[in-house]
Design a protein around this ligand. Sequence first.
Ligand SMILES: CC(C)(COP(=O)(O)OP(=O)(O)OC[C@H]1O[C@@H](n2cnc3c(N)ncnc32)[C@H](O)[C@@H]1OP(=O)(O)O)[C@@H](O)C(=O)NCCC(=O)NCCS
Length: 395
Amino acid sequence: MVQVPTQTILAPVVAAGATEGAGTLAGKGLREVVAGQTSISDIDGQAGRLWYVGYEIADLAENATFEEVVYLLHHICLPKRDELDELTAFMVEERDLSPLLQNMMPELAQQTSPMSMLRTGVSAASAYDPDGWDESREAQYRKALRLVAKTPTLIASYHRLRTGQEVVPPSTKLPHAANFLWMLLGTEPDPEDAAALDTTFVLYADHTMNASTFTARIIASTLADMFSAITGAIAALKGPLHGGANEESMKMFEEVGDPAGAEAYVRDRLERKEKVFGFGHAVYKTMDPRATVLKRLSREVGERAGDTRWHEIADAIEETTLEQKGLFPNVDFYAASVYHVLGIPTDLMTPIFALARMAGWTAHVREQYADNRVIRPGSEYVGPRNQRWIPIDER
Ligand SMILES: CC(C)(COP(=O)(O)OP(=O)(O)OC[C@H]1O[C@@H](n2cnc3c(N)ncnc32)[C@H](O)[C@@H]1OP(=O)(O)O)[C@@H](O)C(=O)NCCC(=O)NCCS
């Protein structure tokens, strides 16, 4: 594991002489703070490396299926064949939506944005969970797997309904990624497309203490239930500085329209002090290792589909952004061109991030429950002091 000697652990640090509840003031954004311990994933931001349970991300992207990664993140070891079969069978069984969700979906499809639908749908999924208010370890695990299993069905049903198409029931035969394409597009997916999508799920499945995972862990630390924690995580993911960046990247590709226009576009954006979405990272100071895999995937899916324009635009934006600003692409950048070529609408790209991250969120929530203390950092008061009450008519 990577040593981070200059950092502090958030909870126990209290400056000498500080008042009770106060501590050392962390920098804005808490970058230098280690907020807790985890066995799930680890990053070396300087070297551009990411591990799940000690397995390098490129190794997993090459070899693992999403279902194996779900098992890995929850059990902290790779599954044997019978263990994987058991997990897969349970998730396949749990793909259907509850009657409440099926009834809500037509309304949500007309009234809400995809991420708002997902936030509401996950919250509502608690109503029919067979484990109810049982908060045992076993029940929490089943709730976690049900959430992983149902998220693709929520997204695909929503999309079919909002576009006036029949909802496609989940397959009982196809793996997680292929089943999602099947439910979304209504045709048996090309195996290579399904494999590419599966790889993106593996890459998105976890990422240490990012904003949405930290949100989930904070909620779990109050001993609120799994559904509450995951609803909060989806809310945190929605913003363009976090999960929303893949959709913003795709909008940029469309605005650029042609690789030849990329350089001027990036220069204009930077002159206007606007962010180039899909670039920069709070932790990686070099190429995000997930972006390296996605860049290759983006070229491959483009070549297979005979549509490399989006990859070429992305490539040209990358070149200028690196040259102008020294910034490298993150996971969201090339994910956008992969998803676009696979036929996924732009506004479903962040929900798909959530679909994959569901594996990591639920694992982190269970890890938090297993060794919990309520997360409650201090704050530095900078407002006025020593004030005296003034009656309302004298103010
Ligand atoms: C990810 C992100 C929020 C990290 O933020 P951070 O660690 O706080 O980094 P900062 O915002 O402090 O960036 C440091 C400098 O680089 C600039 N910068 C960072 N990312 C940039 C981007 N994508 N485009 C243009 N400039 C960027 C900042 O403006 C800042 O410049 P300044 O010092 O002149 O003000 C930020 O890079 C970003 O907004 N990226 C675009 C959104 C995105 O892709 N998010 C997905 C993350 S996986």
